[in-house]
Every structure is written in C-alpha cells, then in structure tokens.
Write a protein that binds this ligand. Structure first.
Ligand code: GLA
Length: 391
C-alpha cells in the first residue's frame, strides 16, 4: 500500500500543547482558552508551538441520533467557537477521538463513523486530530482502523494533521505514513518521572529513550511523518498532583538536569514537541528550556533525520543527528558523578571530509574549533548538546 496524498503538512515535527497531562478528564473550554492565551503571553507561540490540542473527555457521553459527537457541558459554546478563539490567537486547533467504539475514558469514539466525524472536524475548523487506540476494535486490525480515519480525513475539504496514537503496539512506523499519518506514537504513555516503577502505569523519560534506541523506527521518520515518543513532561510532576501515591524517592519534580536531558533527547530525536504542562504555572527555567532556539533548530532541522545512539558504555551515552548543515551530538551521563564524555566526528553522524570543524555548545552558545575530537563534561543525568559544522 502506498500513500500518494500530498504532504504539505508536518514537514517539520509538529509543535504545540496538549491538555491531557495537565487537565486529564477535567478539561474545560475555559482551560483551552487560557492555554491559548498563555502560549501567546509566554512567547511559546513565537518560538513555534502552534497546535492547541484538546485531548480526551471533550465530548458528551452520548452521540446525537445520527452518531455525531457532541461537546460536553464543559464546552458550553461548542467546538467551532473554541476553534475560532484559538485561530484568532494565531494558533491551530486540535481535537481527540479513538479508533475504537470508545475513548480511553469511556466516551463515544469514531470506529465505523469515521466519515461522519471527519466531516464534523472539518466543519468545526479542526487542524489536528489525535486518534487513540481505546475501545472495542470490533475485530479489525490497527492498519484497517487507522486507515479508515486516514481515508476519511483525506476526503474532507480541510487539511488536518493526523496524529496516530497506537502506542507503538503494531510498529506504526511501518504503516503510519501509508494510512495518511503525519506522526505516530512509537511508545506507551510517558509520565513525569525519570524512571517509572514497572508495576505502575506509564514509562519514564529514560525508559522511553531506551525504547527509542531499541526499535527500528528511525528510517521511517522524516518530513511528513514522525515517530512520536509522547508529550513533553517539562513543567509536570508531583506539584501538579500526578505522583501523590509514589514512593518518596520518586515523589519529586524532575531535576533541572533531567528536564534538560528530556528536552535535549526529544530534539535530537526530531520528536513532535507537544507541551503537556499547565502553562499558567510554568517556571522561568522551563519556559527558557522550551524556547531554546539552538535546541529547537535541531528538532526542526529541514532534513528531518531522527538522531540515533552511537554508543552506550556503562553510564555514558553518545547520540548524533545529521543536520542540513553539520550535525548535532548529544553526550548523556546516566551516572551519579560528573564525567567527561568524548567521541570523534568519525564516530558520530558528522559529515566527513574536513579537517576543521566549528563546534557550538547549545546550552551556553560558546563556540570553538576542533580537528575532530569532541569532549564534554556532563553533570549526573544531564546532557550536553553541541552542533558540529565542517569549516
Ligand atoms: C491514552 C493516550 C494518552 C491520552 C489518554 C486519554 O492513554 O495514550 O496520550 O490521550 O489515552 O484518555
């Protein structure tokens, strides 16, 4: 199966905000308006975060008599008015449904009613659909279910980014593009922890990084279709009440080093950057991290390559990502003590054929030159990121 649909959308990894991590099932129309305002006021819109996505629980418990989705009482002005508000803020509007009979929280979803719902989305002014994997699948396989919505979206008179949320269960990087997807979740739900307790729901940031290194998904990744390791957890954590039942040692916000590593890895992976935090309480540190221009340029590089792991030895990891000009190299320290981590341009995905390279530290902006040796001192659980350009 090939997809010959035009791919103007998603030429670079989509960026925006999603309601799920901060508001879960309590989301209201007012929260979405506030989030749109905050994207503008914090400068996040200016930095490129453009999609405002309402996740699960926006819909009423019953469809209308013809099977159309209806907004819940928490969206009193309806979805079209909310989309207008978001558009008037210079942003784009996203909505959620599921490729099953119900959403993950038990609300009506779209299996078997794809055309009807895609028409609703288009009429309402939806620019982005997150399509989850919950509910009864009625015996239909993933490609068939996600393909049905991909065809429905292609049939309506509006360009809608198609975000497949299949949790990586049936290797969606192998078929996501062919069913019209612009991004597909490659991993299970991410929570605001460095490592998750295996007995509890969700994966930690280090767990997802390991999974992204292990799966054979990088080749499928590029302009028009992206592997999605889930929302950014920067700004989330126990303070938002998410982790109140956890053991003491993980009942703390992610450290600054862990948050830097989280963002650095997502940019090196050229991941979609969907912020999951309540934007009204974002710290200055988190805001500055999310708007770091040097990191965002790596994520949004037009070549669209996913970075890959060059080596892992004990607590040291080196990853690299080819860029349109030069490459980005990430040095990660998994250990508890600061250490120097080194590599050489010939071992990283840096264009060959030069004997001088310009190097820039993406956190400090400092620049220097090298004949090819690269070394950075990295604090525990932190990551150094450099941009290396042949002279
Ligand atoms: C699943 C998805 C999450 C979120 C919830 C909503 O768990 O993977 O991203 O959309 O459902 O119920």
């Amino acid at each position: 199966m090939t997809d010959d649909r035009p791919r103007q959308l998603g030429r670079t990894p989509p960026m925006g905000w999603n309601s799920w991590n901060a508001f879960s099932c309590d989301v209201t129309e007012a929260d979405i308006r506030t989030a749109a305002d905050a994207l503008v006021d914090t400068g996040l819109r200016e930095a490129g975060y453009e999609y405002v996505v309402v996740d699960d629980c926006w819909m009423a418990g019953e469809t209308d008599s013809e099977g159309r989705l209806q907004p819940s009482a928490d969206f009193p002005n309806g979805i079209a008015a909310l989309a207008d508000y978001v558009h008037d803020s210079g942003l784009k509007f996203g909505l959620y449904s599921s490729a099953g009979t119900e959403t993950c929280q038990g609300y009506p979803a779209s299996l078997g009613r794809e055309r009807l719902h895609a028409e609703q989305f288009a009429e309402w002014g939806v620019d982005y659909l997150k399509y989850d994997n919950c509910g009864d699948h009625r015996g239909r396989d993933a490609i068939d279910r996600y393909g049905a919505m991909g065809d429905a979206l292609a049939s309506v008179d509006r360009e809608i980014v198609y975000s497949i949320c299949e949790w990586g269960e049936h290797a969606p990087w192998r078929w996501g593009r062919n069913v019209g997807g612009h991004l597909w979740r490659a991993t299970d739900d991410l929570v605001a922890k460095w490592r998750a307790d295996p007995d509890e729901f969700g994966l930690g940031i280090a767990d997802v990084i390991n999974r992204m290194a292990a799966i054979d998904a990088a080749a499928a990744h590029g302009p028009g279709g992206w592997n999605d390791p889930d929302m950014l957890q920067i700004g989330n954590g126990p303070a938002s009440g998410q982790s109140e039942h956890e053991p003491v040692d993980v009942q703390r916000p992610l450290t600054e080093a862990e948050r830097r590593s989280h963002f650095a890895f997502w940019c090196l992976l050229a991941a979609p950057l969907m912020i999951g935090a309540d934007l009204t309480s974002l710290s200055a540190f988190d805001r500055d991290l999310l708007t770091n221009e040097r990191l965002l340029a790596i994520d949004q590089d037009p070549l669209g390559m996913q970075g890959t792991r060059d080596r892992r030895e004990g607590d040291e990891e080196v990853w690299s990502k080819r860029l349109q000009e030069g490459a980005a190299v990430l040095f990660h320290n998994r250990g508890d003590d600061a250490r120097e981590i080194s590599t050489h341009v010939t071992d990283a995905d840096v264009p060959a054929g030069s004997d001088r390279y310009r190097v820039q530290d993406c956190w400090t902006g400092n620049e220097w030159e090298t004949d090819g040796s690269l070394a950075m001192t990295v604090e525990p659980r932190d990551s150094a990121v450099i941009r290396v350009t042949p002279r």
